[in-house]
Design a protein around this ligand. Structure first.
Ligand SMILES: NC(=O)c1ccc[n+]([C@@H]2O[C@H](COP(=O)([O-])OP(=O)(O)OC[C@H]3O[C@@H](n4cnc5c(N)ncnc54)[C@H](O)[C@@H]3O)[C@@H](O)[C@H]2O)c1
Ligand SMILES: O=c1ccn([C@@H]2O[C@H](COP(=O)(O)OP(=O)(O)O[C@H]3O[C@H](CO)[C@@H](O)[C@H](O)[C@H]3O)[C@@H](O)[C@H]2O)c(=O)[nH]1
Length: 436
């Protein structure tokens, strides 16, 4: 089938590549010329495991192409996926200007039937708004479908190729048949295809992300309480997760949730509630707790150094908002760095993928080490912000040698408490007893 994907970021590029992989003829449109030129040269502009191989294979086959021309894109596909940004605006609502801007173009440019499929995360009523915006400019027949995306960065290709569910929100039988065809390879492999009205589909996405953010926030609060009563949150979470009604996923405590989705989506649902005179009290608490959780290690670091951080060299391992991505949007590391810099610390960091993005954002406010051990040279403490695999089984003897003092503040609970004791570290983590 001929498919166009508008917006070639984490969602659009993965969607386009994976749909080409199942035999479709895909044209990806992006407004960013630099990005499109890179992709035309066969380069993936983001770090996403497994993407490069599929990307190269499908470009070679001629099924995956790129353009900056929206007109070319709209002439190409019968199905037009919108994978455009919906960032947080200054009030916490989803900024729909990208989506509605493209809807205007669609209205002005389409010359035959199209199914416009919204993959962006958008508030209830957006599909209707897109429909009305297009209709202002055309009498052409078209359908608008809500088809929220649930992939996770770092696992995006796997999540797209083997989704647990595919949600199609529309009452158009014609659109349903076309989308069922596109998604047949996945439903044949056991993915559930759920068809519902578009409003419920739009809300399912926000409700899912907000639920997961709430689950993480709940265990973070339990962790904070563990610290006060001397319990170990790792034991508590294992005990809780053994109940299949609770489940053990998304129950890892740490320095808060970040990324391009949870923070903005929880705020957007809260804001949508307000617009309907409904106060999502729970979400208000989630937003609030997460804000302080992101810097939960800072008072511990301050306490350890007796309040004096000026001129102290602190090493940071992990800058990305989570492992297996170069994405630093809303990363807890950035909050941590902001506070430590304010307190006068000198920061040297290491991340396997995200250093170029942080360098672009922070310039020379912090330094970047060539590897994880070099970052520790003469540092008075190590702070761990992201649970990259390479940090999980490090050479503790080497770490101790490099660090000026053997002190670790771990925001992701990577190490065993007994091991830290026998290796001779001062070790402070989240929701577990301090080792000293
Ligand atoms: N990142 C994720 O893991 C994820 C997962 C599920 C859903 N979502 C949702 O999907 C949407 C896209 O997210 P993303 O992370 O892929 O965003 P992104 O910022 O990585 O990519 C968006 C792309 O759209 C392009 N763009 C902007 N305006 C354009 C226009 N007028 N025409 C063509 N291209 C244009 C940008 O240049 C960029 O390449 C958001 O609503 C997000 O909430 C994201
Ligand atoms: O037990 C956990 C799990 C996650 N996190 C944090 O939560 C954030 C988000 O993690 P994750 O959900 O793995 O990453 P995303 O790529 O942001 O994916 C989320 O957001 C996407 C965009 O909407 C959705 O499509 C996905 O289903 C949803 O998981 C990260 O900061 C993690 O460190 C925790 O602190 N504890």
């Amino acid at each position: 089938m001929k498919i166009t994907v508008i917006g070639t970021g984490y969602v659009g590029l993965v969607t386009g590549t994976c749909l080409a992989e199942t035999g479709n003829d895909v044209l990806c449109v992006d407004i960013n010329e630099e990005k499109v030129n890179l992709m035309k040269k066969g380069k993936v502009p983001i770090y996403e495991p497994q993407l490069e191989v599929l990307f190269a294979k499908n470009i070679k086959s001629g099924r995956l192409n790129f353009t900056t021309s929206i007109k070319e894109g709209l002439d190409h596909g019968t199905i037009i996926f919108l994978a455009l940004p919906t960032p947080e605006d200054e009030d916490g609502a989803a900024d729909l200007s990208y989506v509605l801007g493209v809807a205007e173009d669609i209205g002005k440019m389409i010359t035959d039937y199209k199914v416009i499929v919204g993959k962006s995360t958008v508030p209830v009523g957006t599909a209707d708004l897109v429909r009305k915006t297009i209709s202002k400019h055309t009498d052409q027949e078209f359908d608008v479908v809500s088809n929220p995306e649930f992939l996770r960065e770092g696992y995006a290709v796997g999540d797209f190729l083997k989704p647990e569910r595919i949600i199609i929100g529309t009452d158009s039988e014609r659109a349903i048949q076309l989308l069922k065809k596109i998604y047949k390879p996945y439903t044949q492999m056991g993915s559930r295809l759920l068809i519902m009205d578009e409003k419920s589909s739009e809300l399912t996405k926000y409700a899912s992300n907000s639920f997961l953010a709430t689950k993480i926030t709940f265990i973070n609060e339990v962790a904070n309480f563990c610290e006060r009563v001397g319990a170990d949150v790792d034991m508590v979470r294992i005990g809780m997760g053994a109940d299949s009604r609770i489940g053990n996923r998304f129950l890892f405590p740490g320095i808060g949730y970040g990324g391009s989705c949870f923070p903005k989506d929880v705020k957007a649902l809260h804001k949508s509630g307000k617009e309907e005179h409904y106060n999502f009290k729970l979400l208000e608490a989630v937003i609030d707790v997460n804000r302080s959780q992101k810097v939960a290690l800072v008072p511990k670091i301050m306490d350890y150094f007796g309040g004096a951080l000026k001129g102290k060299k602190i090493a940071i391992w992990g800058l990305a908002f989570k492992p297996e991505t170069d994405d630093i949007r809303e990363a807890s590391s950035l909050d941590m760095i902001r506070d430590l810099l304010k307190l006068g610390a000198d920061i040297v960091s290491y991340d396997p993928e995200a250093m170029p993005n942080v360098k672009r954002k922070l310039g020379n406010k912090i330094s970047f080490a060539k590897d994880m051990y070099t970052a520790l040279e003469d540092a008075e403490a190590l702070v761990i912000c992201t649970e990259w695999s390479i940090f999980k089984l490090p050479d503790f003897k080497r770490m101790k040698k490099q660090l000026k003092t053997p002190v670790i503040f771990d925001g992701r609970n990577l190490y065993d408490l007994q091991e830290m004791k026998s290796e001779g570290f001062y070790y402070s983590s989240i929701g577990r007893p301090v080792i000293h």
